[in-house]
Design a protein around this ligand. Sequence first.
Ligand SMILES: [Ca+2]
Length: 122
Amino acid sequence: MSQDEGNPPRSATAIVYVTVLRNTFAPTWQQSMYQVRVLETQAPGVPFTTVQAVDRDGEGPNSQIIYYATGDQLAMEYFQLDSATGEVSVSQSLLTDTEGTKNYKVQIIVLLYLAVFVTSFV
Ligand SMILES: [Ca+2]
């Protein structure tokens, strides 16, 4: 209700309907595991695969998905993830890995849900 300061005071009433957007659904992965082969000559910064999760809450912050990656130190050195798109790319040339590592494991987490991302290069 709103009221003015006149004498006598006049007022008006409006009804406001409020819809509460509840966070009902957790995000789910399209695939629980992604196994990808990538050449050691893969250009840094160019996505070679995309992980994808969906959230059935529809539009708005309750369905907004943020990806982030964890993994061993070596994997984190060579791979990067776009937190908004889920695109995975090499962050530096795999040719600089003098150990010649063939398998890197990167875990990509969307909120509290895990998927394991495994990649190897030939
Ligand atoms: Ca949700």
